[in-house]
Design a protein around this ligand. Structure first.
Ligand code: ADP
Ligand code: MG
Length: 288
């Protein structure tokens, strides 16, 4: 039979925006010492607006840059893609079909458009492949910067802005009050990570991390005795969600994240997570 505490907590959970997929993991809530959040779509709303789009090659106009980017992003479900498609629609742009679409997890997207290889990628991807751009093109504040590559040449860039969820601040403060360390691991650039971390007063962050790095960060913390909750929304978060003692997916995120997670935050509200951990601790104290 189901222990009484579990029965009560499961029904309370449903009322409080939590979908429990793995009850054993849920019962670990009272032991949690560290929460690691993904940034984009998790601490931030993932509701991107395109602020700038610029060509870096004579061959293309600024509008061509947005068109080529949209051609590839029409196939992606990343929040960046949603923001770009919104802009392309506003500008009433006609863009081409994309073929052979590929998602380069945590780094960008790639497809064939009008017979050319078109990619939209992170600054980290450029660094890794030793592709140079003017040092004037850099991230500022919470902005996310992505580059358009056409046949392996840097053809342009776009800047997008996202906003921290109001509920993230409440959740972070509540967790810290309960003596839980709160960190962030993001595939996004250093400047954006630093801005969000500063705004929320996090205990630390990791920027420009690939999906396997997110997993490794959790594993290293566990080896030091931490009991870790990972919270994320993306396909790229799945390995980390699986590694964590409790994997938590944001409801508005991808199906892959939800299917890997132990718990889903149905209302995409990070305070439901902090409340769950506080509840887990309180329930346990009542028992002893
Ligand atoms: P986070 O960990 O913050 O959720 P992701 O790992 O999903 O971020 O993405 C990391 C980076 O990879 C993004 O900041 C972006 O530079 C790049 N990227 C991922 N998906 C896309 C996409 N569909 N279009 C353009 N860039 C992308
Ligand atoms: Mg994300």
């Amino acid at each position: 039979a189901m222990p009484l505490v579990t029965a009560i907590s499961t029904s309370l959970a449903a009322k409080n925006g939590l979908l429990i997929r793995n009850r054993t993991a849920f019962e670990r809530a009272r032991k949690v010492t560290m929460v690691i959040f993904d940034k984009t779509g998790t601490l931030t709303a993932g509701d991107f607006g395109v602020k700038t789009y610029k060509s870096l090659l004579e061959e293309f106009t600024d509008e061509d840059v947005l068109k080529l980017t949209a051609a590839v992003e029409q196939k992606s479900e990343h929040p960046i893609a949603t923001g770009i498609m919104k802009k392309a629609k506003e500008e009433e742009l006609d863009f081409s079909e994309a073929n052979d679409y590929e998602n380069i997890t945590g780094e960008g997207v790639k497809a064939s458009v009008d017979g050319r290889q078109v990619m939209v990628v992170s600054p980290g991807y450029l660094k890794k492949h030793k592709l140079e751009v003017s040092s004037e093109i850099k991230e500022e504040g919470v902005e996310t910067l992505v580059f358009l590559l056409v046949d392996d040449s840097v053809a342009g860039y776009l800047k997008l802005a996202d906003e921290v969820r109001d509920s993230s601040q409440t959740a972070v403060s509540a967790l810290q009050k309960a003596s839980i360390k709160v960190l962030m691991a993001t595939g996004d650039n250093e400047a954006a990570a630093k801005a969000v971390s500063g705004e929320l007063g996090l205990d630390g962050y990791h920027a420009e991390v690939l999906p396997e790095d997110k997993q490794a960060i959790i594993k290293a913390a566990q080896e030091k005795g931490e009991v870790v909750v990972m919270t994320g929304d993306g396909v790229n978060d799945a390995p980390a969600l699986a590694q964590a003692d409790i994997g938590v997916a944001i409801g508005s995120g991808t199906d892959v994240a939800a299917e890997t997670a132990d718990i889903v935050l149905v209302n995409s509200d990070p305070t439901d997570l902090s409340a769950m951990i506080a509840f887990g601790k309180a329930t346990y104290q009542k028992m002893i």
